[in-house]
Design a protein around this ligand. Structure first.
Ligand code: ADP
Length: 449
C-alpha cells in the first residue's frame, strides 16, 4: 500500500481546512475575549477610584462652600481635584488657582504666555463652561497647543448661605497619567496578543495536521482495501461467468461433457466463499466487532488434531514434519487459535518443497506462550517481510493464487494475535526458510477489540 504523509485526498483536505479554520477562530476568540476582559478590568481599576473621589468631594461641598473677603473657599482634601464655580446664569465666578497648571505646566514658572492668553484658552475650551448638569461623571478632552488633556468631571448644583451667588460647582481631575498607563497596558497586551495569535495559528496548523493524519491514513487504507477487495472478487467472478457462458453455448452436451467447466466454477465459488469470509473477519476486526470467546483451554488438546492433520498432509507431499507442544492451560479463543495455526501451517505447506522440514514448537516461557512455526522452504525476502501482514500482499501473486491464497491469511493471523494481546514476528530460518514466532501473554488481560 502506498504510504502517504501528505494530505492529498480532496475530502480529507476539505476536512483539514475546516479543522484549521475552526482551530484558528477558537484561538482568536480566546484572545479577543481575554483582551476585552482586560480592557474592562483596566477601565474599572483606573476610573472607579477617580469617580469615587469626585463624589466624596461633591458630598463634602454641596452646602459648605463659603466666601470670605471676596475669595471662595472649597473643602478639597485631594490636590488632584480642581474646582470651577458658576453663578445662576452659568457665568464663571472662580476657578482653582492652579487649574492652569494642568493645562500649561510651565505656568507660574517660566510661562511666556500672558494671563489674557491663558484666559482665552480657558474661554475657548469647554473645560470651564457649564455644559453638563446630569449629576453624572463626564469624560472630557481639551486640546491646547497640540496636546490633549483628559478629564473626569462632575458638575452639580450648590446652595450655600455663605456664598449665595454660587449656583453650580464643577469638580475635575485630569487623568492623562492614568490614560497613558492604560494605553501602554493595552499596547503591550496587543503586541503580546499578536505574537500569541501567530503562535496560536502555527499551533493550530500543527494540531490540525496531527488530528487529520491518522484519519487520512485510515481513509487511504480503507480505499486501498476496497479497491483490492473488488479486484480480488473480480477474477473468480469473471472465471465463473465465462465458464457458465461456455456451458450455455454447449446446449447439446451432457453434464459429463461440461463437468470440467462446472468443477472450475465450483472451485472459484469456494474461493469466493473463503474470500468473502476473510473480508468479513477483517472488517469485523477493524470495527472492533470480532466475536471473541475466551476460555481457559489446554493448548495441547486444542491444537493436537489440527497439527496431526497437517503432519499427514506434509508426509503425503514428501515433506518432513515435527512438532512439540507443552501441556498447559491458559486463556484464549479456541476457534481463533486453531484458525491461526491453520493459516501458518497452510503457508508452510504452500511455500515448501519435497524433503523440506516443517516444525511446530509451542512452549510456556515465563509469563508467555510461545508458538513457533518454522520451515525450510523458499523463505521471504527482507522487503516482503515488512509487508506480508498487509492485506492482499503476496510476494508471488501467481504462485499464491495457484495454491488458493488471497493474501489475507497473515493479516487475519495478525488480528487474531492482537485480539490475544500478543505479538507476531517473522524471521529467516537458517540456512533457509522462514520462522513465524508468536508471543501471547498467559495472564492475558484480554483486550476487547
Ligand atoms: P497467501 O494467501 O498468499 O498465503 P498470506 O497472507 O497467508 O497470503 O501470506 C502473504 C504472503 O507471505 C504470501 O503470499 C507469501 O509470499 C508470504 N509467506 C507467508 N508464509 C510464508 C512462508 N512460510 N514461506 C514463504 N513465504 C511465506
Amino acid at each position: 500500500m502506498k504510504k502517504n504523509n501528505k494530505i492529498d485526498n480532496k475530502v480529507i483536505r476539505r476536512q483539514y481546512i475546516k479543522l484549521l479554520v475552526s482551530n484558528m477562530i477558537a484561538f482568536v476568540l480566546v484572545y479577543v475575549i481575554l483582551g476585552l476582559s482586560l480592557v474592562a478590568i483596566v477601565n474599572r481599576f483606573f476610573y472607579s477610584d477617580l469617580e469615587n473621589e469626585l463624589f466624596i468631594c461633591k458630598n463634602e461641598n454641596e452646602h459648605t462652600i463659603s466666601k470670605i473677603q471676596g475669595e471662595y473657599r472649597v473643602n478639597v482634601d485631594n490636590a488632584r481635584i480642581k474646582v470651577v464655580l458658576f453663578d445662576a446664569d452659568g457665568q464663571r465666578l472662580a476657578y482653582s488657582k492652579d487649574l492652569l497648571n494642568y493645562i500649561i505646566p510651565d505656568y507660574g514658572f517660566n510661562s511666556n504666555l500672558a494671563p489674557e492668553v491663558i484666559l482665552t484658552y480657558l474661554d475657548n475650551s469647554d473645560l470651564c463652561k457649564l455644559l453638563d448638569l446630569s449629576n453624572d461623571v463626564k469624560h472630557e478632552k481639551v486640546k491646547l497647543e497640540n496636546t490633549v488633556y483628559n478629564f473626569v468631571s462632575l458638575t452639580f448644583e450648590i446652595s450655600s448661605k455663605t456664598a449665595p451667588d454660587v449656583k453650580y460647582c464643577k469638580l475635575m481631575i485630569m487623568n492623562n497619567g492614568e490614560i497613558s498607563i492604560q494605553n501602554n497596558i493595552i499596547k503591550i497586551f496587543l503586541i503580546i496578543s499578536a505574537a500569541l495569535i501567530v503562535l496560536g495559528m502555527i499551533a493550530s496548523i500543527i494540531l490540525s495536521k496531527r488530528t487529520i493524519k491518522p484519519i487520512a491514513v485510515n481513509m487511504e487504507k480503507q480505499t486501498q482495501f476496497v479497491s483490492d477487495a473488488s479486484h480480488e472478487l473480480r477474477t473468480p467472478l469473471s472465471i465463473v461467468q465465462s465458464k457458465l457462458e461456455n456451458i450455455l453455448t454447449k446446449t447439446d452436451s451432457t453434464v459429463f461433457d461440461v463437468s470440467e467447466d462446472i468443477a472450475i466454477s465450483l472451485k472459484e465459488v469456494s474461493r469466493l466463499n473463503k474470500l468473502t469470509n476473510d473480508l468479513l473477519a477483517l472488517t469485523r476486526a477493524d470495527n472492533g466487532a470480532s466475536v471473541v470467546n475466551f476460555g481457559n483451554y489446554n493448548i495441547l488438546e486444542t491444537l493436537n488434531d489440527t497439527i496431526t492433520i497437517f503432519k499427514e498432509m506434509a508426509n503425503i507431499e514428501g515433506k518432513k514434519f515435527e512438532f512439540q507442544i507443552e501441556d498447559f492451560n491458559f486463556s484464549f479463543d479456541k476457534e481463533k487459535i486453531i484458525q491461526l495455526m491453520i493459516i501458518l501451517l497452510d503457508n508452510a505447506l504452500k511455500y515448501t518443497k519435497e524433503k523440506d522440514l516443517i516444525s511446530v514448537l509451542i512452549i510456556k516461557e515465563g509469563i508467555d506462550c510461545i508458538i513457533k512455526v518454522s520451515d525450510t522452504g523458499i523463505g521471504i525476502s527482507s522487503e516482503a517481510k515488512k509487508r506480508i501482514f498487509e492485506r492482499f500482499y503476496r510476494e508471488d501473486k501467481a504462485r499464491s493464487r495457484a495454491t488458493g491464497g488471497n493474501g489475507l491469511g497473515l493479516a487475519i493471523g495478525k488480528s487474531i494475535v492482537h485480539l490475544h494481546n500478543g505479538k507476531i514476528m517473522v524471521n529467516d530460518n537458517k540456512p533457509k526458510g522462514t520462522i513465524f514466532e508468536i508471543v501471547i501473554p498467559i495472564k492475558n488481560k484480554i483486550i476487547k477489540k
